[in-house]
Design a protein around this ligand. Sequence first.
Ligand SMILES: NC(=O)c1ccc[n+]([C@@H]2O[C@H](COP(=O)([O-])OP(=O)(O)OC[C@H]3O[C@@H](n4cnc5c(N)ncnc54)[C@H](O)[C@@H]3O)[C@@H](O)[C@H]2O)c1
Ligand SMILES: [Zn+2]
Length: 237
Amino acid sequence: VGLGGGCTTDLAGFAAATYMRGVPWVAVPTSLVGQVDAAIGGKTAVDLPGGKNLVGAFHWPARVVIDPGTLETLPEQELRNGMAEVVKTGLLMGSPVWEQPLAELVRRCAAFKAGVCIADPHDRGPRNQLNLGHTFGHALEAAAGYDLPHGQAVALGMVAALQLSGNDEALESVRQQLDPQPVRVDRDAAWAALARDKKTVGGTPRLVLLERNGAPTWGNEVPAADVRAALDSLISD
Ligand SMILES: NC(=O)c1ccc[n+]([C@@H]2O[C@H](COP(=O)([O-])OP(=O)(O)OC[C@H]3O[C@@H](n4cnc5c(N)ncnc54)[C@H](O)[C@@H]3O)[C@@H](O)[C@H]2O)c1
Ligand SMILES: [Zn+2]
């Protein structure tokens, strides 16, 4: 049983995937990120000095037990990290799930992620949508030497992705709910990290876009110059 935040459930799940070539495990996520994202979907991984999630396995938990009551002791910053994924989920669902009370939004976001993952257990199609804002977000995190909260990076990443999508309504929701502020990182380092993204093919990034709330598209080839301009707009001097 992995009881804790996303780091704990990822590590527990990875250990369970490899011990004796795999034993069943149960996830009991106690952070908002864990309850709406990390503990759901069967992906388990640990980071190496060379990069995030470099060692991992698909190993679905036998059960995920979520008690939103555990969030009462979660630090404010960790709640904000989770809210970035909640807003992302609401935009993908096409419903302002962030307006719900905490226990209810956890239930709806967890159900949504579980549904997407069950339909695409090996990450070959619809699951891509869950990366909305993450190509930019991961690039900023790498350029910041991972000294940037994931939620803040994803909130900024969603601003770029939604600008490229021409979705002003969703942009307004992200600004109101998450108030993302540009970060000071090296522009060239951020761009280099984005170009290394697994989804970049032949120098052209493939992005998740959301022209209309509730109707994400993925694998979109966006001209590198437009992507770089959007990335630059997230960075302050
Ligand atoms: N497997 C996946 O699909 C997936 C998806 C998203 C994120 N992740 C991984 O999840 C990790 C991030 O998860 P996280 O944001 O939960 O970080 P975390 O596990 O580091 O937890 C954040 C902090 O909150 C503390 N904490 C957790 N629950 C608490 C509670 N109830 N009360 C007080 N403090 C509590 C933790 O001790 C930690 O200090 C990353 O490693 C990321 O790669 C995995
Ligand atoms: Zn995320």
